[in-house]
Design a protein around this ligand. Sequence first.
Ligand SMILES: [Fe+2]
Ligand SMILES: [Fe+2]
Length: 168
Amino acid sequence: MTKIQKREHLKALVAYYGADILSSADYYQSDKYIQHGDTSTLEHMISAACLCLQISRKLRLKSDEMSLVRGALLHDFFLYDWHTPKSTRPPHHATYHASYALKNAADHYAINPTEAEIIQKHMFPVNITPPKHRETYILTIADKLCSFKESVSKPFYYDIVQELKHDK
Ligand SMILES: [Fe+2]
Ligand SMILES: [Fe+2]
């Protein structure tokens, strides 16, 4: 496969696994909120989903790819701007936003137990209960790499992220 074919394949897989999420207007509420740098929360989640899939495939981790992508696509679906003053948003963002994201995800989409754990425990080890699923560990690593990259530059897979946004 050429580099372009690999890129198109990655994009197609994320689009396929997350079709119902990416085609839902509700999901795009997350594009209103900045996550890191100039990157919206929506862009951060799509970027993390791409990176999770790449990590899993490169390292041959035999993950449940569909749950991995879907959990990553929803892991920060908390739907508020965490940069605003504390009086205007839910408190204790670092420790509680995963729970808000899980509630919103379950309210809007059909998510399975693996996807629920990926969302609920993605802040490990900040939230100290260790995950059970390898998919959650993959996201905990991808999320931290994405957060660092977005704080200094554009998100990983910037072009794929933009195309998936516009293909909705
Ligand atoms: Fe998060
Ligand atoms: Fe995140």
